[in-house]
Design a protein around this ligand. Structure first.
Ligand code: APR
Length: 234
């Protein structure tokens, strides 16, 4: 089971130029969650939902992984099998940085899934509401995103990793959305230490014993230096 579990949020991708959700001019200041990120929104106005995710795919095509993504991917290679990265982000920047041991808890921008069966496919192009499912033929393909009110992915695997790890680290997340916002408290309940890398103190900052405050591009390499010392791999 992984010794170290890392949770990343929009703050790590902000370093690459992608918008976060809850900053003053963030995605949830520009769009209503009820219009673009709920199952009801998809059935009420699918074109608006697809348009929102097509715009985010277009933004993603124009950016690259940053120093924080690259440092994490490099570190994973130093402790193979002992690092699990859980990302709330739906971009593919961790993958493009070469990250291994990665789980997308809120889905992925570059894939679509069927609204009725369990068909999924990679689809880096634009999506529209009327693409029939090639498997069941009755469903329509929708963004492979966990909407508010839907079940996050990989929860069993995540809970088991949190109960076993010795260190939990959160990077670039405001601690607003559960279950991810409760992972630090859960890991500490099982005896793990908890570290935080963030631009400013998030909602759940009291759940962390060590805080590397600042931009992820600077603080993730700093934090990894401390982690290598702690693991004796420096
Ligand atoms: N470096 C480090 N941290 C940063 C940076 C940066 N360059 N820029 C912003 N941050 C921090 C902010 O201070 C904030 O605490 O990243 C956090 C981003 O918070 P949110 O915008 O709320 O994003 P996130 O926590 O990932 O949202 C969680 O909410 O809407 C849902 O599904 C969506 O996965 C998302 C979830």
């Amino acid at each position: 089971m992984p010794e170290v579990v890392i949770l990343t949020g929009a703050g790590i991708s902000a370093e690459s130029g992608l918008e976060t959700f809850r900053s003053e001019d963030g995605l949830w200041a520009q769009h209503r969650i009820e219009d673009v990120c709920t199952p009801e929104a998809l059935s009420r106005n699918p074109a608006l939902v697809h348009e929102f995710y097509n715009k985010r795919r277009a933004a993603l095509a124009g950016v690259a992984p940053n120093a924080a993504h690259l440092a994490l991917a490099e570190f994973a290679a130093e402790i193979p099998g002992d690092l699990l990265v859980i990302t709330q982000n739906v971009d593919d920047l961790h993958e493009r940085a070469g990250q291994t041991g990665l789980l997308h808890i809120h889905g992925e921008l570059l894939s679509l899934k069927c609204s009725r069966c369990d068909h999924r496919q990679r689809f880096p192009g634009d999506s529209t509401p009327d693409i029939p499912c090639p498997d069941c033929g009755t469903g329509r393909l929708r963004p492979d995103i966990v909407f508010f009110g839907e079940m996050p992915c990989f929860m069993e695997q995540i809970q088991s990793a949190l109960s076993d790890c010795s260190l939990f680290i959160a990077i670039g997340t405001s601690g607003n959305v559960y279950p991810a916002a409760g992972f630090a408290e859960l890991a500490r309940h099982y005896g793990a230490e908890s570290w935080l890398v963030n631009l400013d103190p998030p909602e759940n900052h009291r759940d962390f014993q060590r805080f590397f405050q600042g931009r992820a591009g600077e603080q993730v390499p700093e934090m990894l230096r401390a982690l290598r010392q702690k693991l004796g791999t420096a």
